[in-house]
Design a protein around this ligand. Structure first.
Ligand code: SIN
Ligand code: FE
Length: 289
C-alpha cells in the first residue's frame, strides 16, 4: 500500500481521533488553507536564499533559538530568526488544534528554512533526499521516540514542492531487514565514547540508519518500488511521521520545516510505530541502548 495523502480543510468539523489514526498509520496530512502570512520585510526571504550555503539549510534550535547557517545583515538575520520562531508557534498551534492527543507530549526540536532548490544541490547518495527513504539521524540517536515533521511550502512564484511517497513501512522492512548488519552493543558504546554519536545507539537506531542507507543505495528499488508523485502547492502545510513514511523530495525551493519528537508510548496506537513493526518482523523485542 502506498502512503495516502489525507486532506484536512481548516474549516468544518474535525474528527481529530481519525486524523491521528491516519497519521500514525502512515498517512501524510495535508492542510491546504492554513494562514501563515509574511510581513513586507519578510518577503525578501523568498526572493533569494539568506543562507551561508555551508549547511543544507538554516535553522534555529533550543529555547534560545540560536540561528545557524543564515546570511544577511544583523537586522535581516534577526527577522529570519523571528520568522522561524513564529513558524515553531504555528506548528505547535497546528498540533494543539488538529492533533490534540499529542498536546503536552511532543517536544519541538529544530525549525528550518530551506531556500535551496532540491534538484540543484549535488550531494552524496547518503544525503540525497530525492531518493526514497525514512528519516534517521546518524549522530543523534532517537531511541524510543518518533519523528513528526510539519512542512510548509512558502514558494512565492507558484512552484510546488514535489515529493514521491513510497510503500508502507512494513512491506519495505520485509524486503530490507534480511540484508542489514546485526546490532553490536559494543560498537554502539564505542561510537558514543568517541562522541561520534551524542548518546548510545539502540538497536532501533542502528536498524533505522542501515535501512536509510540501504534504501538510498538500491537504485533498482528506487526505480521499481511502489510509489506515487505528490505536489505540495505554495501555501500548503503537510504533516507526517518521516520515520515511518517513505518519502523523497524531487523539486521545489523555499520551505519551512518543524521537527517534533513524540515518545512511542505517547502514541494513540504505539503498535503502529516503526519500533513495533521492526520488532514484529524480527519476532523479538529490539535491544535497548
Ligand atoms: C526530506 O525530509 O527528505 C526532505 C523533505 C523536503 O526537503 O521536502
Ligand atoms: Fe527525509
Amino acid at each position: 500500500m502506498i502512503s495516502p495523502i489525507v486532506t484536512v480543510p481548516a474549516s468544518g468539523a474535525q474528527d481529530t481521533a481519525s486524523l491521528v489514526e491516519a497519521l500514525e498509520g502512515g498517512a501524510v496530512l495535508l492542510f491546504p488553507d492554513l494562514d501563515f502570512p509574511f510581513s513586507p520585510f519578510e518577503e525578501r526571504f523568498v526572493e533569494r536564499p539568506f543562507a551561508d550555503g555551508k549547511a543544507k539549510n538554516v535553522n534555529i534550535r533550543g529555547e534560545a533559538a540560536e540561528l545557524k547557517g543564515a546570511a544577511g545583515t544583523p537586522e535581516e538575520q534577526e527577522a529570519l530568526r523571528q520568522l522561524l520562531i513564529r513558524y515553531r508557534r504555528f506548528a505547535q498551534g497546528l498540533i494543539d488544534r488538529h492533533l490534540p492527543a499529542y498536546t503536552g507530549k511532543v517536544t519541538l526540536a529544530g525549525t528550518s528554512y530551506r531556500p535551496f532548490d532540491v534538484d540543484q544541490r549535488k550531494l552524496s547518495w547518503r544525503r540525497d533526499d530525492t531518493r526514497l527513504h525514512v528519516d534517521a539521524f546518524p549522530s543523534n540517536p532517537i531511541g524510543q521516540k518518533r519523528i513528526l515533521r510539519i512542512f510548509r511550502n512558502i514558494n512565492p512564484s507558484g512552484q510546488p514542492r514535489l515529493w514521491r511517497v513510497g510503500e508502507d513501512f512494513g512491506a519495505m522492512a520485509e524486503k530490507f531487514l534480511p540484508r542489514l548488519p546485526g546490532y553490536s552493543p559494543l560498537s554502539a558504546s564505542l561510537l558514543a565514547a568517541l562522541r561520534i554519536t551524542k548518546a548510545k545507539r539502540s538497536e532501533y537506531d542502528h536498524l533505522m540508519l542501515h535501512l536509510h542507507d540501504a534504501l538510498k543505495q538500491d537504485m533498482g528499488y528506487q526505480g521499481s518500488a511502489p510509489q506515487a508523485d505528490v505536489r505540495f502547492e505554495p501555501g500548503q502545510t503537510w504533516v507526517t511521521f518521516s520515520d515511518l513514511v517513505m518519502h523523497g523530495a524531487m523539486g521545489g525551493r523555499y520551505m519551512l520545516e518543524q521537527t517534533a519528537y513524540l515518545p512511542v508510548a505517547a502514541q494513540v496506537r504505539p503498535e503502529t510505530s516503526p519500533h513495533a513493526i521492526l520488532a514484529q518482523k524480527l519476532g523479538r523485542p529490539l535491544r535497548q541502548a
